[in-house]
Write a protein that binds this ligand. Sequence first.
Ligand SMILES: N=C(N)NCCCC(=O)O
Ligand SMILES: [Zn+2]
Ligand SMILES: [Zn+2]
Length: 329
Amino acid sequence: MSDNVIAGLDTEFPVIDGVVGQVDAARFPRYGAPATFARLPRRDQVADADVHILGIPFDTGVSYRPGARFGPGHIRASSKLLRPFNPALGVAPFAQRQVVDCGDLSVNPFAITEAIDTISSAARTLGADGATPLILGGDHTVALPMLRALRDLHAKPVAVLHFDAHLDTWNSYFGAPYTHGTPFRRASEEGLIDMERSMHVGIRGPLYSAADLDDDSALGFAVVRADDYEFDGVTSIVERVRTRLAGGPVYVSIDIDVLDPAHAPGTGTPEAGGLTSRELLNTLRGLRGLDIVGTDIVEVSPAYDHAEITGIAAAHVAYEMLSILGPRR
Ligand SMILES: N=C(N)NCCCC(=O)O
Ligand SMILES: [Zn+2]
Ligand SMILES: [Zn+2]
């Protein structure tokens, strides 16, 4: 200890097998510092990272309730209770890979195409050494620049596994092509997605017309409806998803409104009749072994949250995604 160190002020990060882990909640109270996801180190505190957690505080693309720009901070605040061992999978997600928190990206709230360019450029740079991005949104617009970056990094289109109440393949809103309801239409037009292997999960709720579903299926997406959970169950859905997604890189995009409003009230366009958090977590566990090259968790709007219900669900969704990534490269 140098003379400068003040006991109780400097948190210590444990190092196990060369991986810098979470600040120990039994030594430093978890409701205190650090303000990173799951009390993990920041990017500047470790030499090499396998997974980059990146906040994108952006909600200029929303069509109804605003506030997803405050999502990253809220999900981090709700992640403090996450413990090192995941018994559902027998995995220690923060020990198998070096996970770091990159903080939040500064994006222009008044210029949507500039914001999209900022996001894809940051994702290309951060991903250049092969680290896997885990994005905390932000509204669903952010999936488009992530897919642009991943197509470039992997030099081919990636499959999209999209959890959402909504298709997000509408053409435009008020004439605007870049919104949170249109990212997967733009991405498929731009050839960013492997359409043979892509899928929406959790679709439900009223549409603008029956053509919405026809247009979506003409693009090539397969669909698992929220009601399929009731009639088929998680095991059969995991089978369908794995069969569709096998054989190449997969981007997992998770709109928190895939959950029922009872499980995720803090979101911008809530729809009744959604998944329970247990159904979603078990579906994600079933993805272990797929080649997951990135994830986003979007549409958390804390002003509409109560008792951190949505924040805790989103933080745990991130935890399961980290758990299924497998050992470090
Ligand atoms: N939550 C997302 N991403 N999209 C919902 C758009 C639905 C609408 O405004 O009609
Ligand atoms: Zn949605
Ligand atoms: Zn969405």
